[in-house]
Design a protein around this ligand. Structure first.
Ligand code: ADP
Ligand code: AMP
Length: 213
């Protein structure tokens, strides 16, 4: 579980945390694979961790998570933050960074609500940057409907997609705006091809001092 004290579990001197935000279908998972390959990030997707917890035998949260995901709602932060914090600890234990380097975590789809951002930074780790994929809804919708042909996801259907967009606008964009005010956001236009978007992502993070590893 995340620590309940006000000292973060991990020091930003030891680990670098980049939050990766953008609407559903903006391309976060796709670009994460590129960033893992070239920059040595450990990719942690809040949605993937929640889906794994949903089907984990013995989990007390399975049914609750399933309902929240289908409705496109924000799963309570205690569950999501604990999953992320524990995944970071597991990664550091099993896959420590090369000597003399800081572990890099790319945390995809988090924080999606202001209270999560505050709680994570107080109890887990302060973030370095927020990478934001800026994409219009019509583009995201057609990508998600296409993904839904093969993803097997409960929420890649027109009705859930509408609800997810609404949650994104009402609840998650204020997180981006808040980090923007703090000067932490690298915003990238995400309508081009995968390679074009990746070119913009690379330029944006390298301008902030994050280089290949
Ligand atoms: P997210 O993780 O933000 O929900 P994904 O990376 O899963 O988004 O992308 C959603 C869908 O769109 C996937 O099927 C992916 O293959 C596709 N996709 C991602 N980026 C692009 C792009 N730049 N152009 C066209 N399709 C894309
Ligand atoms: P994603 O895989 O990022 O598209 O997320 C799928 C769904 O998982 C979301 O619509 C939410 O229901 C849930 N979810 C993902 N990330 C979070 C988060 N940071 N906090 C709460 N719920 C989340």
């Amino acid at each position: 579980m995340a620590s309940s004290s006000s000292t973060p579990r991990f020091s930003a001197n030891d680990v670098t945390v980049i939050f990766f935000l953008g609407g559903p279908g903006s391309g976060k998972g796709t670009q994460s694979a590129n960033l893992v390959r070239d920059y040595g990030f450990v990719h942690l997707s809040a949605g993937d961790l929640l889906r794994a917890e949903q089907v984990r035998e013995g989990s007390q949260y399975g049914d609750m998570i399933k309902t929240y995901i289908r409705e496109g709602k924000i799963v309570p932060m205690e569950v999501t933050v604990a999953l992320l914090s524990n995944a970071m600890a597991d990664s550091l234990a099993t896959n420590p960074p090369p000597a003399g380097t800081k572990a890099r975590f790319l945390i995809d789809g988090f924080p999606r609500k202001l209270d999560q951002a505050v709680f994570f930074e107080e109890t887990v780790c302060v973030s370095e940057l927020v990478l934001f994929l800026d994409c219009p809804e019509d583009v995201m919708e057609s990508r998600l409907l296409k993904r839904g042909e093969t993803s097997g996801r409960d929420d890649d259907n027109a009705e859930s997609i509408r609800k997810r967009f609404r949650t994104f606008v009402e609840t998650s964009m204020p997180v981006v705006d808040d980090f923007q005010k703090k000067g932490k956001v690298v915003a990238v236009k995400a309508t081009g091809s995968v390679d074009e978007v990746y070119g913009l992502v690379k330029a944006g993070i390298e301008q902030r001092g994050v280089h290949p590893r």
